[in-house]
Write a protein that binds this ligand. Structure first.
Ligand SMILES: *Cc1c(COP(=O)(O)O)cnc(C)c1O
Length: 469
């Protein structure tokens, strides 16, 4: 069998999978145990023909797939893997480029240079900043915080990149109490400790309280890193950057912003006020595979001070060519050397949608989120637990009942929704209470999809309420 035939079969499977989503339930047909059983087999000793392997992969994997690319997938904060990005990603795999440096793959390096510049323009960030193409916001946070760690210690006379942290002056890390769990992981990887932080109080939406922040920044001395957030994972709320960043800077702190999805508010004229002042920070982590709809894995580590960024990440060896003036080696901005050429999918998505298309995506998803919240709030006993300003909606069921009963009803409603499969959404705990969490992060989720989703949610809720009453 030729390459063309094999690739065509794979493309046919891909298109069929995508085009039949609406006829399938929004939950995996097989759970982990079932999937494990389906895949489990002794180590193959003999070769198998190409097509047989492909067919077997498809029939074994598909029942255990979640329809994350579907228009009524509201779980976690998961992008839709837009067909444009997927097609670019097919080519990326087929081209088989190692994106480590500019000599190994000139195109892979150049597309990141241009894609990075486009991202800075889209997100309204300083154009002198450098951009690392990483797996996602977790590694973007790690990369940015590595730059922060190196720079604040260097200012205190300590070269952490060369000498590590043993004997280094202590760094005070200030972080909002509702920061994303992966930021704590990044701190853990960096030797800064996930518990060795100063947690700053937040308000009812999860935003850092400015007075508490000012106090916390003033209460510490020595090197400081302050970590702010654009887009709280439950509420979508953004910190008040215009107030917080000058406070942190007045004490010499490095300010990092985790903006995995929320930073994209910057693209929208109607929503930019939510992230106003964010461009004053020192580093930003965001995702391509959430709101930009690139396929997984794709995130961006953005650092204002390119020298600090490179110092933290540079890999050098005698056999690796050095970049000269005007050249850019992708590996200088990320933890890995050999990796997939992530820039192609980013380039294709921005080229396809353009600034206006991306703005429409952000506004469209946020408007749909607002309309879902409004429609749900009309049903007696349903309460929206956040201010829906971006793409996140959290919902309480049985809000007119005692809190424990409402927790139970909310859990039951989520269970019923997941069994029915008209849409997918999950639960979360917010301020100690069970909520249903809806994230509108898919390019296909429009008003009609929102109406269907609301109907399904109300149907599930009424059924469970009736049964519980
Ligand atoms: C999703 C998310 C992350 C983690 O990003 P990954 O792309 O999953 O690594 C971090 N912070 C926030 C606010 C997020 O929403």
């Amino acid at each position: 069998m030729g390459t063309k035939e094999l690739f065509s079969i794979a493309a046919d499977h891909a298109a069929r999978f995508r085009d039949t989503i609406d006829s399938r339930p929004h939950h995996p047909l097989r759970d982990y145990a079932g999937s494990l059983e389906a895949f489990a087999a002794p180590l193959p000793e003999q070769p198998s023909p190409l097509v047989d392997v492909l067919d077997q992969l498809v029939t074994t994997a598909e029942p255990g797939l979640h329809l994350m690319t579907g228009p009524r997938f509201f779980g976690w904060v998961i992008g839709g893997s837009h067909p444009m990005g997927v097609a670019a990603d097919f080519l990326t795999s087929a081209w088989g480029q190692n994106a480590g440096n500019h000599t190994v793959s000139p195109s892979a390096a150049a597309v990141e240079t241009v894609g990075g510049r486009w991202l800075l323009q889209l997100l309204g960030l300083p154009l002198e900043a450098s951009v690392g193409f990483v797996t996602g916001a977790t590694v973007a946070n790690f990369t940015c915080l590595a730059a922060a760690r190196g720079e604040v210690l260097l200012r205190a006379g300590w070269d952490a990149d060369a000498n590590g942290l043993f004997g280094a002056p202590p760094i005070s890390v200030l972080i909002g109490d509702d920061a994303h769990t992966t930021v704590f992981s990044a701190l853990q990887f960096l030797g800064l400790g996930h518990d060795r932080v100063i947690r700053v109080p937040t308000d009812d939406q999860g935003r850092i309280v400015p007075a508490g922040f000012e106090q916390a920044v003033a209460d510490v001395s020595g090197p400081r890193i302050a970590i702010l957030q654009a887009g709280q994972i439950n509420t979508g709320a953004c910190d008040d950057f215009g107030r917080l960043i000058p406070i942190a800077k007045s004490k010499g702190a490095w300010v990092h912003v985790d903006g995995a999805f929320g930073l994209w508010a910057q693209v929208s004229a109607r929503r930019r006020h939510l992230t106003s002042g964010v461009e004053q920070a020192d580093s930003w982590a965001t995702d391509g595979h959430k709101w930009l709809q690139t396929p997984y894995d794709c995130g961006y580590a953005i650092v204002r001070d390119e020298v600090a960024h490179r110092r933290a990440m540079t890999i050098s060896a005698s056999y690796l060519p050095l970049a000269s003036e005007g050249e850019r080696d992708p590996s200088h901005y990320v933890p890995e050397l050999s990796r997939r050429a992530r820039g192609f999918a980013t380039w294709a998505m921005i080229r396809h949608l353009g600034r206006q298309g991306i703005e429409a995506l952000v506004d469209g998803a946020s408007d749909v989120a607002a309309s879902i919240a409004q429609a749900l709030a009309k049903e007696p006993g349903i309460a929206i637990a956040n201010d829906v300003l971006l793409n996140q909606v959290i919902v309480r069921f049985g809000a007119d009942w005692p809190a424990e009963q409402a927790d139970d009803l909310t859990k039951r409603t989520i269970g019923a929704l997941q069994r029915e499969g008209a849409l997918f959404a999950g639960g979360a705990i917010w301020r100690g209470r069970q909520v249903l969490r809806l994230s509108v992060t898919n390019y296909q989720t429009n008003t009609a999809q929102a109406v269907e989703a609301v109907e399904a949610i109300v149907r599930a809720y009424r059924g469970e309420r009736c049964a519980a009453a």
